[in-house]
Design a protein around this ligand. Structure first.
Ligand SMILES: *Cc1c(COP(=O)(O)O)cnc(C)c1O
Length: 405
């Protein structure tokens, strides 16, 4: 029996037989995690260089977050928003103070936060800006990733995400990412908002030209349209700042956070509002059974506290620079570009190197779990608690695998 339970093929077989096939994961079956490390069912240890797409910024099974989860689970788990709970108010206050926001609205998944923002800016457009009924337009960027609902995939430019899922929600205009002039041109009298990722994560860690966020802020203000930053992946320390928008000293009207808001324990997301946009929502107009539940709030409060108290944001900036310089220092012919900010890093390979998935499999063999994206890019984003000796360990393995390319 124990032989079966330590055999990855057993679990992979079950997934293949009974699960929907909407993912194609690496064939590693994990059973335990601690900090930047995870272990598979055979006992082999790996460095996690994906961090569940930045949901475990604080490291796997962070003891203080775990304790907050357990203590709250013993006391009160769910009230629904029909009643109040003693975790929600403090969660609001702490998140707003740490992110410089006025108000927030809690949800669960990132996609729900995106949907919430879209509903909010549409309502704002009708109630405040005076746009004719059902005419509101939201501008978004090509190569965006904002989630998987029908509305959201409807304004994706990724055919795999869209094909076969229509008809889609109207009211979205797509412009190139990083092009402020395109935004200016796309604005119409019915535009209510512009939504953008400060760094495009799923697109392969695409960083816009310097000054872009500032220009979008200026254009949105001038045309009286709301600026939405989707920081579900780039926020909460990943890029070496609490929010990536801080790199350009820009404030949005709505900022979306999720993923690391729970340190990977639980789905917790939120819409943060820097303006009275949120006040257009009246009781009954939007909600979620689990949104703002006591466990989510307790976990979220501690996930933010440890980010700050344990210096993880500064460490992300420092270790990010260190890893980036280290990989650039390889000077390997297979590497086309190393991109990133803080610990949101990507290595783009030349097409002749033959696809990033192959190298992710080799890295897995060497004890490093990385994720390929868009064919030729390997993402490197370990939890923010990585130390320099561990970064050196990762650099050694990366060098070994990439020099074979
Ligand atoms: C992951 C992600 C989302 C969606 O979050 P889910 O929790 O998977 O719904 C939205 N926006 C960005 C930028 C993301 O990285």
């Amino acid at each position: 029996m124990s032989d079966i339970l330590s055999n990855p093929e057993y679990y992979i077989g079950l997934e293949e037989a009974y699960g929907a096939h909407n993912y194609k994961p690496l064939d590693v079956v994990l059973t335990r995690g601690e900090g930047i490390w995870v272990w598979d069912v055979r006992g082999k240890q790996y460095m996690d260089c994906l961090s569940a797409y930045s949901a475990v910024n604080q490291g796997h099974c962070h003891p203080r977050i775990m304790d907050a989860l357990i203590q709250q689970a013993k006391k009160l788990t769910l009230t629904s928003r029909a009643f109040r709970n003693d975790q929600l108010g403090p969660f609001y206050k702490e998140v707003c103070e740490l992110t410089n926001s006025h108000e927030m609205l809690p949800m669960n998944s990132g996609a729900e936060a995106v949907e919430t923002a879209i509903k909010t800016v549409r309502k704002w457009g009708y109630n405040v800006k005076g746009i004719p009924q059902d005419k509101a337009e939201v501008i978004v960027c090509a190569d965006n990733f904002h989630g998987r609902t029908i509305t959201i995939v409807g304004f994706s430019t990724d055919d795999t995400a869209r094909e076969g899922f229509g008809p889609f929600t109207p009211g979205f205009t797509i412009i190139p990412f990083g092009d402020a002039e395109a935004l200016e041109k796309a604005v119409t009298p019915n535009t209510v908002a512009f939504m953008v990722e400060p760094i495009q994560g799923e697109a392969g860690v695409k960083i816009p030209p310097p000054g872009y966020l500032k220009k979008t802020r200026e254009i949105c203000t001038r045309h009286n349209i709301l600026l939405i930053f989707d920081e579900i992946q780039s926020g909460l320390g990943r890029t070496g700042k609490m929010l990536a928008e801080e790199h350009e000293g820009v404030e949005s009207d709505l900022t979306l956070i999720g993923k690391a808001l729970s340190g990977g324990f639980y789905p917790v997301s939120a819409v943060l509002s820097n303006r009275e946009a949120m006040d257009v929502l009246r009781p009954g107009e939007h909600g979620s059974t689990f949104g703002g539940n006591p466990i989510a709030c307790a976990v979220g409060r501690m996930a933010l506290r440890v980010l700050i108290e344990e210096g993880m944001i500064e460490n992300a900036a420092k270790m990010g620079d260190y890893l980036k310089a280290g990989i650039e220092g390889f000077r390997l012919p297979a590497v086309k570009e190393v991109r990133g900010r803080g610990l949101m890093l990507a290595v783009e390979l030349h097409p002749e190197a033959g696809g990033a998935r192959k190298y992710c499999e080799k890295l897995m063999y060497e004890g490093m779990l990385c994720k390929d994206t868009h064919g030729h890019t390997i993402r490197i984003s370990p939890p923010l608690v990585i130390r320099q000796d561990e970064a050196d360990w990762a650099l050694e393995r990366l060098h070994k695998v990439l020099k074979e390319a």
